[in-house]
Design a protein around this ligand. Sequence first.
Ligand SMILES: *Cc1c(COP(=O)(O)O)cnc(C)c1O
Length: 462
Amino acid sequence: MSKKDNIPYKIYLSEQESPKAWYNVRAEMKTAHRPILHPGTHKPVTEEDLRPVFCDELVKQELNDKDSFIEIPASIRDFYKMYRPSPLVRARFLEQALQTPARIYYKYEGGNTSGSHKLNSAIAQAYYAKAQGLKGVTTETGAGQWGTALSMACGYFDLDCRVYMVKVSAEQKPYRKIVMETYGANVTPSPSDTTNIGRKMLADDPNTTGSLGCAISEAVEAAVSAEGYKYVLGSVLNQVLIHQSVIGLEAKAALERYDAYPDILIGCAGGGSNLGGLMAPFMADRLAGKKSPRFIAVEPASCPSMTRGRFAYDFCDTGMVTPLAKMYTLGASFIPASNHAGGLRYHGMSPILSQLYHDGYLDEARAVGQRSVFEAAGLFAKVEGLLPAPESAHAIRVTIDEALKCRESGEEKTILFGLTGTGYFDLAAYAQYNDGTMEDYIPTDADLARGFAGLPDVSDAE
Ligand SMILES: *Cc1c(COP(=O)(O)O)cnc(C)c1O
């Protein structure tokens, strides 16, 4: 029997084997992503520009394109011990159900109270805020996983945590709010009347259900106008991809034990952090010409930033207060249709992932309809036992499709996907799917044109 057939259902690394440094794929990229620009001057941002908004150490990480490895501080490694290393699971029951010769693995990041991978970065950001002597941090949350993760991290380090939660999510997921408050966070539905930008949004449209971009604007305003506070963000930024590299480093080490290596690597992509993290060490092999796994990013057909967006400079928020990033974007004013239930609703994509996609290293982006996503989630739940987050189920959908292709062709490919979280707070969406009221809405070109019309005019001689 080869080592490959001898793989246990779950592979756990030991505490000693867990990574001591994060991996920064930027240091290896063939083409650097275009610089982040100051929203007023359109000049590349400097450390000084970013310091009023972010913690000092995180500013350095944000701009770091030199160091491949960044040491993980001991306090963060201690916290990671509570829920890491996370298991790498061989999805044998899914393979059996699909009758595929493919070998399917998933890296499971849902084994903590926040229910997602977001805690990996939340604890790092809270640590640096505490180390700098801050009173607290502000942030936004959409579906609520990031807000929960940050609440946990701030609770641990005794920092004040102010969360602006997209109004429609706050209404749909009251229990999320309660979890965050239990960890000591202060949760405000956004738009709110506590900021200038929130008041303006409400005046423009009193019935607005809010958006992630708008919640970001409020959180940034709240941070810069309060002494001792900084703003933190759970995805998109380079620093977040650095922290999330623990996912990929652990997955790679676990696979290496059994001489396994992915032919296909699949991740759902909202702002790009879990995929960026899972992919990073494998991308390093690809960039070094050692291996050529196929990378696939999966996004909702209702929020198709990579498959139908523009590669352009855009604001990271609706209020147009954040710096400009060159990324695949639907325009900062884009808001997915209200019947969209599957998460991944951000208008843009990580500049790192965007550049890798533009250059053909991230091979493919695929958009999937939400009913097919929930169908995949249901199958996965039945055979593998875990109720996946709808976001994660995007990756499951494409994993199943790729495994079925292997059944047709007889190829024994190794597929690795990121199971980013659990779906216990997404039961309203599951209910919609179960009772047949869930609909797919794919934006028309005219819908998208409205978002593109708001793109800032930035001359970018590349
Ligand atoms: C936030 C989230 C995502 C998407 O965010 P990325 O930054 O693209 O990883 C995916 N899955 C879960 C469970 C999430 O909470």
